[in-house]
Design a protein around this ligand. Structure first.
Ligand code: EPU
Length: 337
């Protein structure tokens, strides 16, 4: 384990922002993680997974610990289901493809989401009608202060829309080291309720889709709408879709009847932030090297050498304009550092 000083984080964040870590170390096992924490009890620490959900607006004056634990295995199985454990540093999409190759169902709708397995519970990642909480069983995490391992059950994770205990009570206290998912071996619950998936399958004349067909459809949709971080720096959806009260929604909807929306409950409605941002005129706009993606207004992009601050400024401009024009506050989904 080598500790690097003044280490560039550009290859470690999908926005491709140049920022330096005062100190940086990659750990490859829980033993290494434990010993680094024991050796550096007093330094400030910053835990880095796949770097796919953060915007670096400054250098990190801390010991950055890159969780690079690899491995996946089947823990147990019965007639219907299989319990699969993945170490935190596995690349999410590669893990999803591996489960599909084994004909294990449940993660196919979340194909191609950037990031590592260990960070998926933090924001309860989701796409096309499925969230991690639907298949999540538990995760193991190391308590930073004591190095004790703790198992978080699904109930203890308090999952919500892009929310979990790791963003609240447990924030900055634990490092997730592995995650267990319960997947189907047969009678897969294929979820193609999302309109875009149905259209993609129809286009390919697929009537009874397999897990692989659903995954391929999701990959095709994502490739058409979302930029590949390897080609254009980005962090997926920059904002969360706002959930507003039914009474606020009714007022806005009367003025904008074409506004897409999803009824969450009798009192709450979710509105796509991408639509609001597009209506506010930001879709495809470029400000220096910072911009808003041309196919999906929810995604902010780095055309090359944008600083985190420049991207943050664009996000603030968007928030202020949407608030002024629609009276709706939109909140960042990515962690602004
Ligand atoms: N829309 C626009 N303009 C845009 C983008 C979207 O009008 O520029 C409209 C669409 O026409 C559609 C609605 O907004 O009526 C929803 O759009 P879409 O289906 O593309 O999904 P989203 O709500 O924009 C969410 C997730 C994505 C996920 C997709 C598919 C959040 C914050 N984002 O986006 O997640 O892939 O649904 O399930 O919930 C991510 O988190 O990084 C991410 C990409």
């Amino acid at each position: 384990m080598t500790i690097h000083n003044n280490f560039s984080l550009k290859p470690y964040n999908t926005f491709g922002i140049e920022a330096k870590a005062e100190q940086f170390v990659a750990v490859h096992s829980t033993e290494e993680l434990c010993s680094i924490l024991q050796q550096h009890p007093n330094e400030k620490k910053f835990i880095l997974g796949g770097g796919s959900n953060m915007l670096l607006t400054q250098d990190i004056k801390a010991l950055v610990i890159h969780v690079d634990l690899k491995g996946k295995k089947i823990l147990k199985e019965d007639e219907e289901s299989v319990w699969v454990e993945s170490q935190a540093g596995e690349v999410w999409h590669e893990f999803v493809l591996w489960t599909i190759d084994q004909n294990f169902g449940g993660l196919e709708n979340m194909s191609l989401i950037p990031g590592n397995v260990g960070t998926t519970p933090v924001q309860n990642i989701g796409a096309y009608g499925t969230e991690i909480k639907d298949t999540f069983v538990s995760c193991e995490a190391m308590h930073i202060a004591t190095q004790q391992m703790k198992t978080f059950t699904k109930e203890e994770c308090h999952f919500g829309y892009r929310e979990s205990v790791f963003k609240h009570e447990a924030k900055d206290q634990y490092i997730i080291t592995s995650v267990v998912f319960k997947l189907t071996k047969k009678n897969h619950k294929i979820n193609i309720s999302y309109g875009d998936i149905t259209k993609e399958l129809e286009k390919n004349k697929i009537q009874i889709p397999t897990l692989k067909d659903v995954s391929n459809a999701v990959i095709a949709i994502r490739r058409s709408k979302l930029p590949d971080p390897k080609e254009l720096g980005n962090s997926g959806s920059f904002f969360k879709n706002p959930i507003i009260s039914k009474s606020d929604f009714d007022k806005i909807h009367a003025l904008h009847p074409e506004m897409p929306h999803y009824v969450i409950s009798e009192t709450e409605v979710k509105v796509p932030a991408g639509w609001l941002i597009e209506q506010a005129g930001f879709k495809g706009k470029r400000f220096g090297d910072a911009g808003v993606h041309k196919n999906q207004a929810l995604v902010l992009v780095n055309y090359g050498n944008a600083t985190g601050q420049e991207i943050l400024n664009v996000s603030k401009d968007i928030q202020a304009t949407v608030l002024k024009e629609y009276g709706i506050s939109i909140e960042a989904e990515v962690n602004v550092i």
